[in-house]
Design a protein around this ligand. Structure first.
Ligand code: FEO
Length: 179
């Protein structure tokens, strides 16, 4: 594997582990603020981020490339509001997307087909994750400054639906199919 791409994939692991750690902290904050549906959805996101890191690790191991696990910084202590938390969520996802797009371009220019195919999955996943974060943030900005509005958003997330999202996420599709 091209050396720069290998370094880039290893560096990207840090963003996935950071996201997992921060989403777990967000889930705890949401539970503490009486938003159990939102907390449960966020805990699921935290788990998904670990799976993303594992996907890259598996790719490197299968190709007999060196994996360097990063140190993970402590997450923030808390957020002033649910809106601030969602802004943080969206910012994280945008950073992950930028990193994935950069890696995809590197894999393409190195003509590394297996990495290109592996990263294609992430390109689609990031589009969905950014859309979900943007949709929830939009709903919170519209209605979340009232307790009732926040409760409605919480209930929708508890049912597994992302409020304000035009298309169903793959998680929702899997749930609908009984998966
Ligand atoms: Fe794996 Fe949400 O970035």
């Amino acid at each position: 594997m091209n050396g720069e791409l290998l370094t880039g994939l290893n560096e990207h692991l840090k963003l996935e582990f950071r996201a997992s750690h921060e989403y777990l902290a967000m889930s705890i904050w949401l539970a503490e603020h009486d938003l159990p549906g939102f907390a449960q959805w966020m805990r699921q996101q935290s788990g998904d981020e670990l799976l993303h890191a594992q996907r890259i690790i598996d790719h490197l191991v299968e190709r007999d490339e060196k994996v360097s696990l990063p140190a993970v910084a402590a997450p923030p202590d808390g957020w002033s509001t649910a809106e601030a938390l969602c802004e943080h969520l969206l910012r994280n996802e945008q950073q992950v997307t930028a990193s994935i797009n950069g890696l995809y371009a590197q894999a393409e220019s190195a003509k590394d087909r297996p990495s290109t195919v592996m990263l294609q999955w992430f390109v689609n996943e990031q589009m969905e994750e950014e859309a979900a974060a943007r949709a929830i943030l939009g709903r919170i900005r519209l209605a979340g400054n009232t307790g009732v509005g926040l409760l409605m958003i919480d209930q929708e997330l508890a049912s597994g639906r992302v409020p304000g999202m035009v298309t169903a996420t793959s998680a929702e599709n899997a749930k609908a199919a009984g998966g």
